[in-house]
Write a protein that binds this ligand. Structure first.
Ligand SMILES: NC(=O)c1ccc[n+]([C@@H]2O[C@H](COP(=O)([O-])OP(=O)(O)OC[C@H]3O[C@@H](n4cnc5c(N)ncnc54)[C@H](O)[C@@H]3O)[C@@H](O)[C@H]2O)c1
Length: 256
């Protein structure tokens, strides 16, 4: 896991920024990319980001925690500068932070709508704006975490679904604008057991399990594996793609 120039000591491996890296899929992606030898800068509003970074460092990897909100342009400036200073630049950006208030449209306040769109969609635009020209110059990759909610309507998620649908279009758009230098892809997770599921009761979890073909919830590591693949040279001919990671949730129907 050394990835350092023997003379200068300079880091020579890939450098990744991961938003929402303090928890769930983002933390799993941080661990996965680190296990593959990358240095990772975690961007998160939660101080748990430091715990995840510290664990990576204790395992011999390279990770930094950059506290900040993805809706704030200064967060992106600070993260890009931290990656440049500590590791020599940025090769991979994983846009994964999100916000969700569960309520039907008529009970969603404009402030709640703005917060959800701001974190899940505008935050990705700000990251793209700051980092994609540099990624294109370095042959880098961006991976965006959308959701099966981009394709299917489930009650109580108007802003979340709109943001996730927007991310699928945005990743195609960015793939076209910043190729061939940078590749941009997205993943569409289905039901994945992360702390986001703490608020879901047993009966609803069982209902979601039954809605999958693989008869279980997914793990954050299983989505992290797909993100790491899309960020890697193994995906060198894949750009503008939307990869569903849902245990067959979106292809199964319970209907006569
Ligand atoms: N878990 C699932 O079933 C599931 C399904 C489909 C899609 N997803 C998507 O996967 C991604 C990760 O979800 P998760 O389940 O791991 O959630 P999680 O709640 O475990 O982690 C989300 C992280 O995002 C951080 N975050 C929130 N607002 C932020 C902001 N403004 N700036 C920076 N960081 C912020 C949180 O602090 C948290 O650490 C999200 O984009 C989510 O929509 C999850």
């Amino acid at each position: 896991m050394s990835n350092a120039d023997p003379v200068s000591g300079r880091f020579t491996g890939r450098v990744a920024l991961v938003t929402g890296g303090a928890s769930g899929i983002g933390a799993a992606t941080t661990r996965r990319l680190s296990a593959e030898g990358a240095a990772v800068v975690i961007i998160d509003v939660s101080a748990e980001g430091e715990t995840v970074a510290e664990r990576v460092r204790s395992a011999g990897g390279r990770a930094l925690f950059l506290p900040g909100d993805v809706r704030d342009e200064r967060t992106w400036d600070r993260a890009a500068e931290a990656a440049e200073e500590a590791f020599g630049g940025t090769d991979i950006v994983v846009n994964n932070a999100y916000a969700l208030d569960v309520a039907p449209a008529h009970e969603t306040s404009p402030a709640s709508w703005d917060r959800q769109i701001g974190v899940s969609l505008t935050g990705v635009f700000l990251g793209a704006r700051r980092l994609l020209p540099g990624l294109a110059a370095r042959g880098g990759a961006m991976v965006i975490t959308s959701s099966v909610h981009a394709m299917f309507g489930l009650p109580g998620r108007p802003a979340y679904a709109a943001a996730k649908g927007g991310l699928v279009s945005l990743s195609r758009q960015l793939a076209v604008e910043y190729g061939p230098g940078a590749r941009v892809n997205c993943v569409l997770p289905g039901p994945i057991l992360t702390p986001a599921w703490d608020r879901v009761d047993e009966a609803d979890r069982a209902r979601s399990v039954r809605a999958t073909v693989l008869d279980r919830l997914g793990s954050p590591d299983e989505v992290a594996a797909a993100i790491a693949f899309l960020a890697s040279p193994d995906a060198s001919y894949i750009t503008g793609a939307a990869l569903t990671v849902d245990g067959g949730w979106s292809v199964a129907k319970d209907s006569a």
